[in-house]
Design a protein around this ligand. Structure first.
Ligand code: CU
Length: 156
């Protein structure tokens, strides 16, 4: 009887939503790469999947190469696409994903300490509402590489 109760308690514990860094194991980042935008800024693209059972949210990112790393989207105004910072972050429902791609959502590196160089690798840490943090190494890929398949998936 006691063992059955214990088993029940353990099952209940296992069903609790994971909080904090443990949730990082539920987040998968694929095809991440960076590009040079201009000497003072760069951008990064990737697909972020939530393979867990609890909602999460990408809230920000940071990189030692830039003063600020912002999450950006585009919005049309007067027929012109302008970038805007997405302060509310990107929702990642269970089983859902956020797609950061050319012409759409992206991470923007603002105020580079030095211009990014094609072929170099830069560290970026993604921050999530759950408290999870995922460290990535992004290869800077030439802008004209659009037809080339993105680099192999990274799963830190
Ligand atoms: Cu931008």
């Amino acid at each position: 009887m006691k063992n059955i109760l214990l088993a029940g308690a353990l099952a209940a514990l296992a069903a609790l939503p994971l909080a904090g860094p443990a949730a990082a194991q539920d987040i998968r980042v694929e095809g991440a790469y960076a590009v040079v935008a201009n000497p003072m800024s760069g951008a990064a693209y990737m697909v972020i999947r939530n393979e867990g059972s609890t909602p999460d949210r990408l809230t920000g990112a940071e990189s030692p190469v830039a003063k600020r790393t912002e999450l950006h989207g585009h919005e049309m105004s007067d027929g012109i696409a302008r970038m805007r910072a997405i302060d509310e972050g990107l929702p990642l429902p269970p089983g859902g994903s956020a797609v950061l791609e050319r012409g759409g959502l992206h991470l923007m590196f603002m105020g580079l300490a030095a211009p990014l160089q094609d072929g170099e690798t830069i560290p970026v840490t993604l921050q999530f509402e759950s408290g999870a943090r995922i460290a990535l190494e992004l290869r800077v890929t030439p802008q004209h590489a659009g037809e080339i398949p993105p680099p192999a998936p990274q799963n830190p």
